[in-house]
Design a protein around this ligand. Structure first.
Ligand code: SF4
Length: 344
């Protein structure tokens, strides 16, 4: 019988587990504080639990934190972490410091099945979904390796995989991250990025999680989006933006639209003007991401004047648009560059 990963359980489920093993529910709360407060990975070390209960628990359960196999620092201060999961599969997380923030980008799948044409991760195909415990395990692993006093302040679901294609684990991990008895992150500091799975966005809208939403848009008409993002054949741009209009956006928050700029594909002034029209009525901000080249991609980054011109047109129309020079570009950790060989 495989042992239960305690990181897959909400604090309330840890209480249920404690009760089912014959001890009072508060023992579950003690386990939660060991896991999330102290980052304990060894049940035996949970010293305020009775010794015989620890033995029973260790027999049934484990604390499976992904192991950091490799850590690659970038010149810009970000770090790519290659993490090995229990079954040998590998995923990546990226730590990105910026002024007083430290953002961790987490993966939700091993590989990805959506095959966006400009994305290196997409060339891997989908190996498997990551569990909720493996998602929050990335936070614990990264946190354990920080310098004294270091603190992860923001989490973005923008690593390998499509979070809403692994819906149940994504939502459970969000509940773990925002539960005051677990990680206690403010939902405003968490962003879920999706390729545009309309059904998933609509479900997420009803979860009352209050996290931020980011949409990988990358094109302004269906013809181009069909070509570079096959998911568009299932959910057209108009349908996607309608779902965004209905999404509950917290006070002072905006939906982020990610737009990778590909020379000669989606970087014309006409594209920029179309983007203005498409986003009407949505509290939006746009992240323009000059394409990060990878061998064999078949795409190129537009010239600087083209990138700045695209941004200027958006700004002139009152749309918040920032050019994101991806972090970790030199270490293959930039947006759309995460790829890892998978060993099962
Ligand atoms: S951009 Fe996102 S959804 Fe598209 S292939 Fe890459 S990881 Fe998958």
């Amino acid at each position: 019988m495989s042992r239960q990963n305690l990181l897959d359980l909400l604090p309330s489920e840890l209480e249920d587990l404690a009760e089912s093993l014959g001890v009072p529910r508060y023992r579950g709360r003690q386990i939660a504080s060991w896991l999330y407060g102290k980052g304990a990975t060894d049940i035996e070390a949970m010293s305020d639990l009775p010794r015989d209960f620890r033995a029973i628990l260790a027999d049934r359960a484990t604390v499976a934190v992904p192991e950091i196999e490799r850590r690659t620092p970038s010149q810009d201060g970000s770090q790519k972490l290659v993490l090995r999961l229990e079954d040998g599969a590998r995923i990546q997380s990226v730590l990105m410091p910026d002024a007083d923030r430290l953002t961790l980008c987490v993966s939700t799948q091993v590989g990805c099945g959506f095959a966006c044409a400009f994305c290196l991760t997409g060339t891997m195909g989908l190996e498997r979904n990551v569990t909720a415990g493996e998602i929050v395990g990335q936070v614990l692993a990264a946190r354990a390796g920080l310098e004294p006093g270091g603190r992860i302040t923001h989490i973005v679901y923008m690593g390998m995989g499509e979070p809403l294609a692994n819906y149940a684990a994504t939502v459970k991990s969000l509940r773990l991250l925002t539960d005051p008895k677990a990680f206690g992150f403010s939902p405003r500091r968490i962003t879920v990025s999706t390729v545009g799975l309309v059904s998933g966005i609509e479900r997420l809208a009803k979860e009352n999680l209050k996290v931020n939403l980011a949409i990988s848009l990358h094109a302004t008409n269906n013809e181009i989006r069909d070509r570079i993002m096959p998911v568009n054949k299932g959910f057209a741009i108009e349908e996607l933006l309608e779902a965004c209009r209905r999404f509950p956006v917290a006070f002072r928050q905006r939906i982020t639209f990610e737009y990778v700029l590909l020379e000669g594909v989606n970087d014309s002034p006409e594209d920029s003007r179309r983007l203005v029209r498409l986003l009407k009525g949505i509290r939006a901000k746009i992240n323009l991401i000059p394409f990060n080249d990878w061998e064999g991609s078949g795409f190129q980054r537009p010239a600087l004047h083209r990138i700045m011109g695209f941004q200027e047109l958006l700004l002139e129309h009152g749309i918040r648009a920032t050019v994101r020079w991806s972090k970790g570009e030199d270490i293959g950790a930039a947006c759309g560059q995460l790829k890892e060989t998978v060993e099962v």
